[in-house]
Design a protein around this ligand. Structure first.
Ligand code: SAM
Ligand code: SF4
Length: 380
């Protein structure tokens, strides 16, 4: 056991079979040359170097995210997970998550990923409607997605599914039906994300050319309310804006590392990390392109291109932004550096945006609908 705060490890695997028109994550077309192998080696070397910054820690989560890490060789996932276990002290309930796309080719490798130490799969279903999947530019249909979910349930003890809603033409009625079908798949965790038109994506260009019109804010709010109602009725707790779990044990420990302001090492192209050393929070950020990241690790041992010290106010601002996303909120003592006036809190409580709680700042359901406004009022 160590006295320093527990740690999560985030690994970014940036390759995808195809780039979806809505996605603005740090992604690159999957390659068949030597680069992915070089990247896997660089990731392990980066983890080893970053151990010097964190010191000994309890490891509570490893998250293989992307991109599409289910395209990675399971043997590499095994090496990466083994390295994290070797470098830090794994807790008995260590959560090891892999993000996967629901194609048959990937589902065939789920058992190998389970052997590599993955115990939680996060499957990007996005929809159970073939037309919607075509609109979203996905390379799977609903039947394939259902088969992949069945394979995931056989291979892993824990399953989360991602869905995208607020698609053009969606109504609360047909979205409620689709959610009900998703519930039948037996996942313990559901992340329904409202479609966001991100700048610079193919969808952004399509909207600007008038090819489709995303739902307006009022329809978006109705669809959000449908999501909350259907999932709550099915026994899911909306512990975060877009994350619903069947009971506390089903919550994503990895995401809670972010939202509760704990430390995490971020490795892989474009990955962010947050490590507290002697009470000072440091923000790391890796080079975005795989070739630059690999070169950086070869030159300096670590993959991050920058390491910035956050001052107490910046650290508290981050803590506020992430903490208000979860129903548990954030302890007032964690954001003391912001000097939030008690009468501002009282006013936001009176407006129904914050829960009346002397110890913590907690957004009400209405407050979570206007989180940007809430955080900017509290943080400035
Ligand atoms: C980093 S992606 C990785 C998942 C995996 N590659 C896949 O696509 O199935 C994580 C999730 O973010 C969500 N997402 C990405 N871009 C989005 C957008 N513009 N609007 C809403 N959700 C989005 C999708 O649900 C996706 O499954
Ligand atoms: S949504 Fe997933 S598969 Fe599509 S580009 Fe983004 S990370 Fe890749």
């Amino acid at each position: 056991m160590t006295s320093a705060p527990p740690l999560g490890v985030y690994i970014h695997w940036p390759y995808c079979a195809r780039i979806c028109p809505y996605c603005d994550f740090n992604v690159f077309k999957h390659r068949r040359d030597d680069e992915p192998t070089a990247l896997a080696c660089a990731i392990v070397a980066d983890l080893e170097s970053q151990r010097a910054f964190t010191g000994p820690r309890e490891l509570i989560s490893v998250f293989l995210g992307g991109g599409t890490p289910s395209l990675m060789e399971p043997a590499w996932a095994s090496e990466i997970v083994a390295a994290a276990r070797r470098l830090w002290t794994a807790t008995p309930e260590l959560e090891v998550t892999l993000e996967a796309n629901p194609t048959d080719a990937e589902a065939q490798r789920f058992a190998a990923f389970a052997d590599a130490g993955v115990n939680r799969l996060s499957l990007g279903l996005q929809s159970l409607d073939d037309q919607a999947l075509t609109f979203l530019g996905r390379n799977h249909d609903a039947a394939t997605a259902i088969r992949a979910t069945e394979a995931a349930n056989r291979a892993f003890p824990r399953l989360s599914v991602d869905l995208i809603y607020a698609r053009p033409g969606q109504t609360p009625g047909n979205w409620g039906d689709e959610l009900a079908r998703a519930l039948d798949l037996g996942a313990e965790h559901i992340s329904p994300y409202q479609l966001t038109i991100e700048a610079g994506t193919a969808f952004d260009r399509a909207v600007r050319r008038g090819r489709f019109v995303p739902p307006d804010a009022e329809t978006g709010a109705e669809l959000f309310e449908t999501t909350q109602r259907v999932l709550e009725a099915a026994g899911f707790d909306a512990y975060e804006v877009s994350n619903h779990a069947r009971g506390a044990a089903a919550r994503s420990r990895h995401n809670l590392v972010y939202w509760q302001g704990h430390d995490y090492v971020g490795v892989g192209p474009g990955a962010h990390g947050r490590i507290s050393v002697e009470g000072v929070r440091q923000a790391t950020h890796a080079a975005a392109k795989p070739a630059d990241y690999i070169a950086k690790v070869a030159e300096t041992g670590v993959g991050f291109a920058s390491r910035d010290l956050l001052n107490p106010r910046e650290a508290a601002q981050e803590r506020l932004l992430s903490g208000l996303r979860i129903t548990d909120g954030v302890p007032l003592s964690d954001v003391a550096a912001l000097g939030i006036a008690p009468d501002l809190i009282a006013r936001l409580v009176a407006l129904g945006l914050l829960v009346d709680d002397p110890q913590r700042l907690r957004a009400t359901p209405a407050g979570r609908l206007v989180l940007d406004r809430l955080t900017s009022e509290l943080a400035t």
